[in-house]
Design a binder for this molecule. Structure first.
Ligand code: DGP
Length: 113
């Protein structure tokens, strides 16, 4: 499968890795939209959020708790941060391997564009 994030997870392409365990890997976004912009992905390929079976939903919780842990380590947990998962075209998804964005380090606007 020709998936750039699978290749990063499998170390076929170099990523600036912030965290890794058996199930998830987190790396810095190539085109950061904030001073801190990390992508947290499952190592297993799911194309969109729609493709995660309910019985495998625990991985989504792990993406979130990994984001919170990274926010603490990067000292942005108290100042604040945003976690976002875009889904399909109207959601702004451009890479079709699910990923949670962790954005921090500046005041983020709401509503998003
Ligand atoms: P989204 O639009 O939600 O699918 O976000 C995809 C993000 O992935 C976007 O912020 C840019 C980032 N990105 C795209 N290609 C690469 C890559 O090869 N390496 C890294 N680290 N990030 C990438």
């Amino acid at each position: 499968m020709d998936c750039i994030f699978c290749k990063i997870a499998q170390k076929q392409i170099k990523g600036n890795i912030a965290f890794e365990n058996d199930r998830v890997i987190a790396f810095h976004d190539l085109f950061p939209q904030a001073p801190t912009h990390i992508l947290i992905i499952p190592k297993q390929h799911y194309t969109t959020l729609n493709d995660v079976p309910v019985e495998q939903g625990a991985i989504l919780g792990e993406l979130m708790t990994t984001a919170a842990q990274l926010a603490k380590e990067l000292d942005v947990a108290e100042s604040g941060y945003r976690v976002v998962m875009n889904c399909n075209a109207d959601g702004g998804q451009s890479v079709y391997h699910i990923h949670l964005h962790l954005l921090a380090g500046r005041r983020l606007n709401w509503p998003p564009g």
